[in-house]
Design a protein around this ligand. Structure first.
Ligand code: SAM
Length: 290
């Protein structure tokens, strides 16, 4: 087996050899702890049947671990300076393709033609923190059938995604993700295992696709508009947030009132106390009464 990329000494050596300097604006914090990488691969249950998408391979620390266990790995890296570095560090592996580009602009459904088997599709990544939410949402809303995601992000964002109703962390992001996937925080990663060190600790979030969405919705777009509205101003009642989103005229008030009664939801409650099912009931009532 090749010497791990992810040790502090080897990472420094590679950076020096290629004259690489970090770009903070690209969220570059490289992992330098093999034990954490091993835990990530175990959490994702990577086997040789798996097709893995990685976002932001950096100098290849995680990519290497994935390549050792997965069928194939497709990695998207935006920083052109890292492309020759990766060609060098990943040269021992013939089951990895690095695509140079922005994951938010790449045509991922087309790129996965690289996978020639129909094995499970998994996303495993140490995400660039400045765009964690857009990346998560674009993957979940894409036509890709992602079976599982094991992703590292700021601890606070992982808490928000996996949060349950009635907690401070629960919000429209929790609902947007949990609608598609079952979410749990797998483990916490201290900031000390990165070069350079970020300001906050990180967490590994494990998401497993539900066979069908968590709730049945008649109009998804309106459902997500409603959940956003419910958390617009967290200290306000659901009723006040709904009036601000949909309008305060008499006709709108009557429509909202009728739908809330049908969904059996007290308008004086706060959005953060509503379960996914209650938001779904309200959304479907609003649609039915439109
Ligand atoms: N995987 C490496 C590791 O664990 O050491 C690096 C992770 S680092 C937190 C994030 C990586 O994402 C960097 O390599 C950065 O250049 C890359 N990146 C940032 N924005 C990106 C984007 N929009 N698309 C693809 N890669 C991006």
């Amino acid at each position: 087996m090749n010497k791990d990329i992810a040790t502090p000494s080897r990472t420094r050596e590679i950076l020096k050899e290629h004259g690489f300097s970090f770009k903070k604006s690209l969220g570059q914090n490289f992992l330098t702890e093999p034990n954490i990488l091993q835990k990530i691969v175990e959490t994702a249950d990577i086997t040789s049947a798996d097709n893995v998408i990685e976002i932001g391979p950096g100098i290849g620390a995680l990519t290497e671990y994935l390549a050792r266990s997965a069928g194939k790995v497709l990695a998207f890296e935006i920083d052109d300076r890292l492309i020759p570095v990766l060609a060098d560090t990943l040269s021992p592996y013939d089951n990895v393709k690095v695509v140079h580009g922005d994951i938010l602009k790449a045509n991922v459904p087309e790129e996965i033609a690289y996978f020639d088997t129909a094995g499970p599709l998994k996303v495993v990544a140490n995400l660039p923190y400045y765009i964690t939410t857009p990346i998560m949402m674009s993957l979940l809303e894409s036509q890709l059938q992602i079976d599982q995601m094991v992703v590292m992000m700021q601890r606070e964002v992982a808490d928000r995604i996996s949060a349950q109703p009635g907690t401070k962390a629960y919000g429209s992001l929790s609902i947007a993700v949990q609608y598609y996937m079952e979410a749990e925080t797998a483990f916490i990663v201290p900031k000390t295992v990165f070069i350079p060190q970020p300001n906050v600790d990180s967490a590994i979030l494990k998401l497993v696709r539900r066979e069908k969405p968590a709730v049945t919705i008649t109009n998804e777009k309106e459902f997500f508009k409603l959940t956003k509205s419910g958390f617009n101003q967290r200290r306000k009642t659901l009723w006040n947030n709904l009036l601000n989103t949909y309008g305060k005229d008499e006709e709108t008030r009557a429509w909202l009132e009728k739908s809330l009664i049908q969904a059996e939801i007290d308008p004086k409650r706060r959005g953060e106390t509503l379960s996914l099912q209650e938001f779904a009931n309200l959304s479907n009532a609003l649609e039915a009464n439109r």
